[in-house]
Design a protein around this ligand. Structure first.
Ligand code: URP
Ligand code: ZN
Ligand code: ZN
Ligand code: ZN
Length: 480
């Protein structure tokens, strides 16, 4: 048997096991996985002795080239990353699939929004991508025709917001969207924060002149997230229990709500993000506008919340670890759009994290022994693939799967600097962190897209991925 490419001498990790194997790749797919592939069997050979071969990461929570809704508090703030730099940054960080949001603006059609995001990605994406649908205006046309058609066309996951004035849905609207998701077997993602409470708190802080970045965190305490998480899961229960993802969970109280809902039999999937492990409110409490670099929603919290998120990763409460990459520069185009010193309510929320997601968790989770390598793979690739209908093609190392692979040097010591990340954002909140382990060579469908710090991929080679039925529907009982 002969192959286009053979990776020789590596250690392969999947969500289930870690084993030594040579990998034969033909036509972009894994064609053989064997203890030893005969010498000379590959048209090209790569010696990966001493390296870990992981499935390329799937980052299922990224904002790329997303237009701010008109009327948003930070209206006009532009995302720095389009699909070219966003997916390039993904590749440099060992991620070979992104799922970003196709966002409807109120008063416009969701179908047109999706067509627009297809145009933004085509000709630009370096790795493969899918879209979640963000529903902000669930009209009868959207609920009755557009959503069913878009789900059938391969966008089988929908996000709803419980806050942000320009995007949020009322409970009744969330119910309607969830019911359509249930009927057409789509997955629902919820941004869960209590809008009325956080707005009231923010206005009181503002009235006292407390408008610095740290007050953003103080306006959105954990109970704001706890209540909304409970309400979102109640709405899911009422709507026939479509698989429901609580995204960007930041601490113990929403985690408890998720556990309770699971105990009642709901299919609840929980996601956390690097900022809830590695940042805290103190990172927002810095001189000048430095704290804006760590401003996201929900905000990073305290050591106890970080510990609760780590425990959730260790004990299986969290199924997903995604970045919530929201790429705003620290300049007049991005976070400082409203001026050099804007009150926190005028600063765009979100932090970059596509390229740092995997290296941070690898170093502080796997190298430290907190989570096994198999769990790292599950959290960062396999579970996203299964939940969002990209398996078995994506998210694992198996014969027949796409050869989306990250070759890691598990011992390489790296000091995180913004230049390593290849996004268009002008900062990383992790600048200066010293970590161990780095993805040095990254393949997408058998093609080397990154090697030794250099991009080898042609923009536009990335393809749109149609999601198939989520394993949360396809398999009885708990999906994982
Ligand atoms: O602050 C955040 N997370 N901004 C990105 C949008 C979202 O809510 O996920
Ligand atoms: Zn969100
Ligand atoms: Zn987000
Ligand atoms: Zn090359």
């Amino acid at each position: 048997m002969s192959f286009d490419l053979v990776l020789r001498g590596g250690t392969v990790a999947t969500a289930a096991e870690v084993f030594a194997a040579d990998i034969g790749i033909t036509d972009g797919r894994i064609a053989a996985l064997a203890e030893r592939i005969a010498p000379g069997a590959g048209a090209r050979e790569m010696d990966v002795t001493g390296r870990l071969i992981l499935p390329g990461g799937i980052d299922a929570h990224v904002h790329i080239d997303q237009a701010q809704s008109p009327g948003a508090a930070a209206a006009g703030a532009a995302m720095a990353d389009g699909f070219r730099t966003g997916t390039t940054s993904a590749a440099f960080g060992g991620t070979t699939t992104t799922i970003s949001f196709a966002v409807q603006h109120r008063g416009t059609s969701l179908r047109d929004a999706v067509a627009d995001y297809h145009r933004r990605a085509e000709g630009n994406a370096v790795v493969d991508y899918a879209f979640h649908l963000t529903v902000t205006d669930p009209t009868q046309a959207v609920l009755g025709q557009e959503l069913p058609a878009l789900i059938a066309a391969g966008c089988r996951s929908l996000k709803v917001y419980m806050t942000y004035e320009a995007m949020r849905l009322g409970d009744r609207e969330i119910l309607e969207v969830m019911a359509v998701a249930r009927a057409h077997r789509a997955v629902v993602l919820v941004h869960a924060e209590n809008h009325e409470v956080l707005t009231w708190l923010a206005e009181r802080l503002e009235a006292r002149g407390e408008t610095r970045p740290v007050h953003h965190a103080r306006s959105r305490p954990l109970f704001v997230e706890r209540e909304a998480t409970h309400r979102a899961l109640t709405l899911s229960e009422a709507a026939g229990a479509p698989p429901t993802v609580i995204v960007h969970v930041s601490g113990a109280e929403p985690i408890e709500e998720i556990r309770r809902a699971r105990a009642r039999g709901l299919t609840v999937v929980a996601e956390t993000c690097p900022q809830y492990l590695f940042l805290s409110e103190g990172d927002l409490d810095l001189p000048d506008m430095e704290g804006a670099k760590a401003m996201c929603s929900p905000p990073p919290r305290d050591a106890a919340s970080q510990a609760a998120c780590w425990r959730g990763l260790e004990d299986g409460t969290f199924d997903l670890f995604n970045s919530d990459h929201a790429p705003y520069r620290m300049d007049g185009e991005g976070k400082l759009r409203a001026g050099p010193n804007p009150p926190f309510r005028r600063v765009a929320n979100g932090i970059p994290g596509l390229a740092t997601r995997l290296p941070l968790l690898f170093s502080e989770g796997v190298v430290t022994g907190r989570i096994p390598l198999t769990r790292f793979v599950a959290l960062t690739a396999t579970n996203n693939a299964r939940l969002y209908g990209l398996a078995p093609r994506k998210g694992t190392v198996a014969v027949g799967a796409d050869a989306d692979l990250a070759v890691w040097d598990p011992e390489r010591r790296v000091t995180v600097t913004n230049a390593l990340l290849h996004h268009a954002v002008d900062y990383t909140p992790y600048e200066g962190m010293r970590i161990t382990g780095w993805p040095e060579t990254v393949l997408s469908r058998g093609e080397v897209v990154v090697a030794d710090g250099v991009l080898h991929a042609r923009p536009g080679r990335g393809r749109f991925l149609e999601q198939t039925l989520s394993s949360a529907y396809a398999e009885a009982g708990r999906w994982i």
